[in-house]
Each structure stands twice: as structure tokens, then as C-alpha cells.
Design a protein around this ligand. Structure first.
Ligand SMILES: *[C@@H]1O[C@H](CO)[C@@H](O)[C@H](O)[C@H]1NC(C)=O
Ligand SMILES: *[C@@H]1O[C@H](CO)[C@@H](O)[C@H](O)[C@H]1NC(C)=O
Ligand SMILES: *[C@@H]1O[C@H](CO)[C@@H](O)[C@H](O)[C@H]1NC(C)=O
Ligand SMILES: *[C@@H]1O[C@H](CO)[C@@H](O)[C@H](O)[C@H]1NC(C)=O
Ligand SMILES: *[C@@H]1O[C@H](CO)[C@@H](O)[C@H](O)[C@H]1NC(C)=O
Ligand SMILES: *[C@@H]1O[C@H](CO)[C@@H](O)[C@H](O)[C@H]1NC(C)=O
Ligand SMILES: *[C@@H]1O[C@H](CO)[C@@H](O)[C@H](O)[C@H]1NC(C)=O
Ligand SMILES: *[C@@H]1O[C@H](CO)[C@@H](O)[C@H](O)[C@H]1NC(C)=O
Length: 469
């Protein structure tokens, strides 16, 4: 009962903030400020980092009778600029909006003396850091990564040895995030970290932190295709509201333009610390946007895409093997950095938030059934897998963006962890019907059919090259 209550309280935190009224009476009202961090969970993981919003109320602290004997982390890069492809769309939209600068009335007035938030297109795709953004901006990718390094040092410092590997994909922003974390760890713990740069490349096959690169059978447009020929009524409502006082302008805002402005709000907040563009949207607009974004995620990288589980199984399989072999391994900390796509596929293969629903309405928000994949992968996302020793037995638990998410159907251990023997059964069951190499027809592009870097990094030189994508 208590955990249910706490869960609800955590949820209510998304949309209500206590404010005091004239008579000194306190009540709950909406916070519509552009820097209102309570909208972050509604921005499809494109804005600044936030903790997992739907806490079950389970304490994140290690249960009293247990110690952590082994930990793994799969993290996303920190806050970044839009990708080059999204940046191009935004630049085009800004060109269209700019024509009427000085003439806007109503909500669109914000554009009358507006300056596009990316000053140079060389910034697209990159992590935000204090050398290119206002240092008072609390949301930079560099700050999030430094904080993560300190978090790991504080919570898992005792598990480090004198020399430790850390694994990153070769994407510039991912690599940079890993470097910030590594430097925080070295500083906090006085240990040496050996950064392994795993190439993002179709030729890498299964030996990759981005195994989707070698999946020749995936249809990444499965999400977008769902929305083909569909007009979402909420975008019509938004357009009508914005254009009411601007009907004199020869401006046609498409559905894509309106949804792109939500991304704009998210990215501008990461780059500038706040965004007036966020004020164009009412909270219910963002709730609806978030729902459709997660429907898209479901078909693109979630259980609605038949290739998600095979792709995600590569990292789930490796994670399980590390857990199973932990008693014999010297290394007790396994930190890896990649992208949101890879993490969503990992979570899908694992089934951590799977509720079995396979079809979603495009007519209305299906609040009870939607899987909030975006909540798993905000910027700076971090999924910890802990192996706990409690008495003489071992248990596994997951901490997703600082909230404990129990393994479905396996929570009988201390702190709702999963007993190791049951965990073995759970994973065996999840991986039974998936085969990355054959489902993805990997051998069309690579003969590498096993993930080995966690085991052979001492012998093999994993050294990039890093590129800006
Ligand atoms: C509401 O917005 C104000 C002004 O930006 C901010 O300081 C405050 O933290 C916000 N409250 C919540 C609960 O997010
Ligand atoms: C953008 O950045 C590049 C690389 O730093 C630089 O060469 C170029 O002059 C910049 N462009 C503008 C418009 O500032
Ligand atoms: C900060 O970001 C810029 C470009 O976004 C990059 O050129 C620079 O190397 C970064 N600085 C550090 C310290 O990582
Ligand atoms: C969308 O419309 C086009 C053209 O009429 C059609 O070819 C396509 O199959 C439609 N897509 C969906 C998902 O219904
Ligand atoms: C309105 O804009 C469209 C597209 O830019 C243009 O083709 C059309 O000529 C414009 N109409 C008027 C009346 O200016
Ligand atoms: C743990 O194992 C040891 C040695 O096998 C045994 O002596 C001890 O009683 C066990 N402790 C618990 C709590 O089961
Ligand atoms: C896989 O190995 C076979 C046999 O050595 C070779 O003929 C083939 O070109 C390789 N395929 C790829 C994608 O490298
Ligand atoms: C999955 O794990 C097994 C060991 O249990 C290993 O033989 C296999 O190569 C792994 N699969 C991949 C794709 O790495």
C-alpha cells in the first residue's frame, strides 16, 4: 500500500507544484514556466535529464543485509545539440518562421525578436559543455556526465581496483560523456581507468555496443509508418490556437512543424537552460505529444518491432554472462556508454517494462497501457544492474535513472530483488526465441557473431576511431 501511495505521489510530481495563495493557503497548481523541469518527462527524452518519474517507492539504498558484489551500467550520452538531420529540419522551419518576425501576435509573439538557439551548425550532434554554452546553464551534458562519475564513485567506489576498463561506443558525444565520467572517477577514487572505444560499424557484428548497426532486417521506419496519413487532432488544436491572431500571415504550419517545435523546446532548454518555445505548449499538448512519441518508440525500438528483442539480446546475453561469472572475475565494475536506441532495445529484450500490450490507439491517449520507453532514456540515462550478496545468496536488481524497477515476476528477494537462480530462469526464458545472428541476417555484413569485448579487451586493441555522429 505504501509503495502504491509513493508511486502516485511521484507521479503527481510531474504535473503539480505547490504554490501559496493570497490567504497563505497552500494548494497545487500548474507550473507553466519555461524552465519548469516538471515537463522534462513529457519531451521524449530530448530535453535535460530527469529521474525515472514512476517510482514504486522502493528505497534505492542497498538493503541492510546485503552488499553489492558486482555492478554494471549502461548509460546514454549527456545533453546534446540536435542531430545534424534534426538540426537541418529546425533550420528550415526557422527560415519559414523568420519571414514574419515582428508581425506575430498571440503566443507566436515569442518569435518576434527571437534568435535561433544553435549559433553554428558545427555544434549539431555534439554534447553540450560549458565551453560553448552559458556556464550558468544547469543542464549541460558535461555537468550531467561529471555528476554521473561522482555518483558512481560514491555508490560503487569500493568495487574498483587499481586499473579498470570502461567501454564506450565510438560516437563523439558518447565518447565525450565517457571521458567526463572517467575523469571524475580518476579524480574521486585515484584509480586508473582504461577506456575501450568500441567501433560503431556494421562490420563489427555482434561485438558492439550498437548491434543494430549490423541488423540488416530491421525496419526503423515502422514507427513513422504507423502515423502515415494520420492527422492527430491535438496538432490541429494547437495550430488553431497559435494562428487565431495571425490569420493575416501567409504561414502554414504542418503537423510535423508543430511536433518539431516540441523538440525545439527540449533541445533549446539543454543548450540555453530555458526556452520560450516551451511556453507555446500547454501541459495537455505535451502529455499527448509524449504519448504519440512513445507509440512511435514502441514500433521503432520497443516490443512493437520484431527486431528489437534480437538486437537487445546481444547486450542482455553479455550482461547475464558477466553476472553469472562474477565470482571468478577480478573486475567488479562494468561501465558502458551508448545511445538511447541501444538502451531501449536492451530494455525491450529484458522485458523490464513490458506489459504485453501490442497495439496502441492513434485516436486517443491510452494512459494505462502505454510503455514509457522515453522515461528509460532521457539524456544522461543510466541503467544499473547490481548483483547483491545477502547472507549466502545472490540477487539481481535494476536501477533505472535512480529508481528501482523490479524484474517482472521476480521480486521475492531483499529490497524486491530477484534471486539469482530465478533470474537465470527469467533470462533463459526471455532469450529462448531470439537469435540476433539469424534474425538480423548479420552474416550479410559481418562474420562476427559473438560479443567478446568484455572478455578480450586486454588482448584486443579497441581504439575507435571516434567520429562526430
Ligand atoms: C516552477 O518554475 C519555477 C520558475 O522557473 C522554478 O524555479 C521551480 O523550480 C518550478 N517548480 C517545480 C516544482 O518544478
Ligand atoms: C562555425 O564553426 C566553425 C568551426 O569552428 C568555424 O570555422 C566557422 O567560422 C563558424 N561559423 C560561424 C558562422 O561562426
Ligand atoms: C566542448 O564542445 C565543443 C563543441 O561542441 C568541443 O569542440 C570541445 O572539445 C568540448 N570541450 C570539451 C572540454 O570537451
Ligand atoms: C498512406 O497513403 C498512401 C497513399 O495513399 C498509401 O500508399 C499508404 O499505404 C498509406 N499508408 C498507410 C499506413 O496506410
Ligand atoms: C503564400 O506562400 C506561398 C508559399 O511560400 C506562396 O507560394 C504564395 O505565393 C504566398 N501567397 C501570397 C498571397 O503571398
Ligand atoms: C553460509 O555458508 C556457511 C558455509 O557454507 C555456513 O556456515 C553459514 O551458516 C551460512 N550462512 C547462512 C546465513 O546461511
Ligand atoms: C565471412 O567469411 C567468409 C569465409 O571466410 C567470407 O567469404 C565472407 O566474405 C565473410 N563475410 C563478411 C561479411 O565479411
Ligand atoms: C550469448 O552467451 C553465450 C554463452 O551463454 C555465448 O556462447 C554466445 O556467444 C553469446 N551470444 C552473443 C551474440 O554474444
Amino acid at each position: 500500500m505504501l509503495s502504491v501511495l509513493l508511486g502516485l505521489l511521484a507521479l503527481s510530481g510531474i504535473n503539480a507544484a505547490p504554490v501559496s495563495k493570497e490567504e497563505g493557503k497552500s494548494y497545487y497548481a500548474l507550473n507553466s514556466s519555461s524552465t519548469d523541469s516538471s515537463i522534462f518527462p513529457l519531451l521524449n527524452g530530448q530535453g535535460p535529464h530527469y529521474d525515472y518519474p514512476q517510482s514504486f517507492g522502493i528505497p534505492v539504498e542497498v538493503p541492510d543485509q546485503c552488499t553489492v558484489e558486482h555492478v554494471q551500467m549502461l548509460a546514454r550520452h549527456g545533453e546534446r545539440y540536435p542531430t545534424a538531420s534534426k538540426g537541418k529540419l529546425m533550420t528550415a522551419l526557422w527560415k519559414k518562421l523568420k519571414v514574419f518576425q515582428g508581425e506575430y501576435s498571440g503566443p507566436l509573439e515569442i518569435f518576434n525578436d527571437y534568435e535561433f538557439f544553435v549559433s553554428n551548425k558545427t555544434y549539431f550532434d555534439q554534447l553540450t559543455n560549458s565551453s560553448d554554452v552559458d556556464p550558468s546553464n544547469p543542464y549541460t551534458g558535461a555537468k550531467t556526465a561529471d555528476h554521473l562519475g561522482k555518483y558512481i564513485a560514491y555508490n560503487y567506489g569500493e568495487l574498483f581496483s587499481d586499473s579498470n576498463p570502461v567501454f564506450t561506443s565510438s560516437s563523439g558525444r558518447v565518447h565525450q560523456t565517457a571521458e567526463y565520467v572517467v575523469s571524475a572517477l580518476e579524480k574521486e577514487l585515484g584509480v586508473k581507468i582504461d577506456l575501450q572505444i568500441i567501433q560503431e560499424d556494421a562490420k563489427a557484428g555482434a561485438n558492439s555496443l550498437t548491434p543494430a548497426d549490423s541488423c540488416t532486417t530491421i525496419n526503423e521506419d515502422l514507427g513513422d509508418e504507423r502515423f502515415e496519413n494520420v492527422t492527430l487532432p491535438y496538432t490541429t488544436d494547437i495550430r488553431n490556437r497559435w494562428m487565431k491572431k495571425n490569420s493575416n500571415l501567409n504561414l502554414t504550419l504542418e503537423q510535423d512543424d508543430i511536433e518539431l517545435l516540441v523538440d525545439w523546446c527540449a533541445f533549446e532548454t539543454s543548450v540555453k537552460g530555458s526556452s520560450a518555445v516551451c511556453d507555446l505548449f500547454e501541459r495537455n499538448d505535451l502529455i499527448t505529444y509524449s504519448y504519440y512519441a512513445n507509440v512511435n518508440n514502441f514500433y521503432r525500438r520497443g516490443a512493437g518491432n520484431p527486431m528489437s528483442a534480437p538486437i537487445g539480446s546481444v547486450l542482455v546475453n553479455a550482461s547475464y554472462n558477466l553476472l553469472a561469472q562474477s565470482d571468478d572475475a577480478d573486475n567488479k565494475v562494468w561501465l558502458s556508454f551508448s545511445h538511447d536506441t541501444d538502451i531501449q532495445q536492451f530494455i525491450t529484450a529484458l522485458g523490464l517494462i513490458d506489459n504485453g500490450v501490442t497495439d496502441y490507439s492513434l485516436e486517443q491517449v491510452d494512459f494505462q497501457n502505454i510503455q514509457q520507453l522515453s522515461w528509460v532514456t532521457p539524456m544522461g540515462a543510466r541503467i544499473f544492474t547490481e548483483k547483491l550478496k545477502c547472507g549466502n545468496s545472490s540477487y539481481v536488481r535494476y536501477i533505472v535513472n535512480d529508481a528501482v524497477i523490479p524484474v517482472p515476476g521476480c521480486s521475492s528477494g531483499p529490497g524486491f530483488s530477484c534471486p539469482m537462480e530465478d533470474f537465470t530462469e527469467y533470462i533463459t526464458d526471455r532469450l529462448r526465441d531470439v537469435d540476433y545472428v539469424s534474425n538480423c541476417e548479420v552474416q550479410k555484413v559481418s562474420n562476427t557473431t559473438e560479443l567478446t569485448f568484455y572478455w578480450d579487451y586486454n588482448e584486443v586493441d579497441y581504439n575507435g576511431p571516434v567520429d562526430n555522429k
